[in-house]
Ligand binder design. Structure first.
Ligand code: BEZ
Ligand code: FE
Length: 312
């Protein structure tokens, strides 16, 4: 690392690199970072500075607007604590989280696309046998039977694959948001059978709003955007030797799908929830109406990893 004195000495041998105009600011900042020894950090920070400077030029922010923007970022930090991350929420409602997810978890080689883990994933979901029900309370809700097969990208079924699920209740609340739900209600871990098949019983989930009591809520209101996510079920699908899939499957409710506040609905993740008004469910005598959802997952070879739960 240069000492300040060494830098001062060298600068006497060449024309001073000082600010002349808007462009020179960008060049001087880039030059100041040019000796970053980690090449990835050098590349990423260079691109970040160039794009942020280009943004400031395009938007031509006034001093007051720039001050307001910095205050907004500070408020994101102040609204972040152990059980809520307003910084992540801001990335979500600006489409940043979804863009990164799609860039890194797209449909390469026919794998199932990924979707956001979201802030409601919790460790220690109850372990169930295939066919069990993840509903632990008697709250009203329309029965939903979910089933499918886990395969590799070459079409081979993956016996014993882990299928972990969590979802909001029919009133749009996760267990940890709702004192009326038992702990870890509507969460469960299953293992696919010898043919790679999984199935479980649940209730039809509802869409729900993201938190709006912080700066992100103020931004959504200013943009005249509603804060809702469409109804979905979260899945983690994993098997040794395969890249773990973190995804969501959405209920096919067209109006809601197109206006997800986090832009999270991939076309391939829309499930067909079939309504049954007559007859018996494959799981026995269940009052009508009930719903069925078939959804298969395809994993690509790779490393099995598990996400860190954002909350307890
Ligand atoms: C969710 O899918 O649970 C979620 C994702 C982003 C923001 C809020 C909720
Ligand atoms: Fe969710």
């Amino acid at each position: 690392m240069d000492t300040y004195l060494e830098h001062e000495q060298r600068s006497l041998d060449r024309p001073l690199s000082l600010i002349d105009d808007e462009q020179s600011v960008t060049h001087i900042v880039e030059a100041a970072m040019a000796k970053t020894s980690d090449p990835r950090l050098r590349f990423v920070m260079g691109a970040l500075v160039r794009h942020l400077h280009a943004f400031l030029r395009e938007a031509h922010l006034t001093d007051a607007e720039f001050e307001f923007a910095l205050e907004f970022v500070a408020r994101l930090g102040q609204a972040t604590h152990a059980t809520h991350n307003e910084v992540v929420l801001a990335a979500d409602v600006l489409g940043l989280s979804t863009l990164v997810t799609v860039m890194n978890n797209g449909t390469r080689h026919g794998r199932t696309p990924g979707a956001l883990l979201g802030p409601f994933y919790r460790a220690n979901a109850p372990r169930y046998a295939c066919g069990d029900c993840v509903v632990q309370d008697n709250a009203p809700g329309l029965p939903l039977f979910v089933s499918g097969t886990v395969r590799a990208t070459d079409g081979t079924p993956l016996p014993g694959a882990l299928v972990e699920v969590w979802q909001a209740s029919p009133v749009g609340l996760y267990d940890n948001q709702d004192p009326n739900q038992p702990d870890r209600n509507l969460r469960g871990c299953f293992h696919a059978d010898e043919g790679g098949h999984y199935h479980f019983r649940s209730v039809r989930p509802a869409g729900y709003p993201v938190p709006t009591d912080g700066p992100v809520g103020t931004l959504l209101a200013a943009q005249r955007r509603h804060p809702y996510r469409p109804a979905h079920i979260h899945f983690i699908v994993a098997a040794p030797g395969y890249r773990t899939l973190v995804t969501q499957v959405f209920a096919d409710e067209p109006a809601q799908l197109e206006s997800d506040v986090t832009f999270g609905v991939h076309r391939q993740l829309v499930g067909q929830l079939q309504r049954h008004d007559h007859g018996h469910s494959p799981w026995g005598n269940v009052p009508v109406p009930f719903f069925t959802l078939g959804f298969d997952f395809t994993l690509e070879p790779g490393e099995q990893t598990f996400p860190k739960p954002p909350i307890d």
